[in-house]
Design a protein around this ligand. Sequence first.
Ligand code: ZN
Length: 251
Amino acid sequence: MRPNLFRMEFFMAILMFFLVFQLSRQAAVIVSAQAAGRTSAASSGRADADPYFGIAADRKPVVVLDSGHGGFDPGKIAVDGSLEKDINLRIAQRVKQYLEASDVEVVMTRDSDTALCGESDSNKKTADMRNRCRLINDASPDLVVSIHQNSYHEESVKGAQVFYYKSSENGRRLAEILQKRFDYVLGAANTRSAKANDSYYLLLHVKSPIVIVECGFLSNWSEAALLNTEEYQDRTAWTIHMGILEYLNTR
Ligand SMILES: [Zn+2]
């Protein structure tokens, strides 16, 4: 009995060794295949055009969030003295968090209070816009949302408005989705329509579907106050991120 038992144990040990060897080989093949997929996704620079839910994690959609202005360029100055560039960045950072939690890859044109130009640039605004465009086009995103705040000479004017390039069908669709969501969030006070434009620099020069979201009017006291609260920035960011997901999900 004893030698038989020994032989059986020896045989089982060989079998286990073989199984472990095979399993680790298969795991190595899967890992290297995933790494190759990531590399090809990164080198092609954009996610697949298919609706993204249910597809492999290595084909995430790519979204560029552009926080308008920054650094030397404050953007609009609110009635209470707050600056558009700061509000834009805070909202964009929250949209980024929400999108990343939904497995969307996010590229930010800026993630601090800086402009996209050098000290030596003679025309800083032109250099900043040109560099923004280059950064966006290099990322070949599925869509771009440029975040801004509005201003008007009549204090009573308020509400959100979304702009798109006039001949971009996808831009129009994204703008209408976002506008509808803003109108819902803001209630009867906001009954605007998404608006076509053919002169904004970014709309003219960015190749991917792009919208400019003017979240509210800094010339209106109540809206300026709201836009400076964390709660309203969060609500705005949630609205933008839900609109982006709806667009990606209904392509
Ligand atoms: Zn602006």
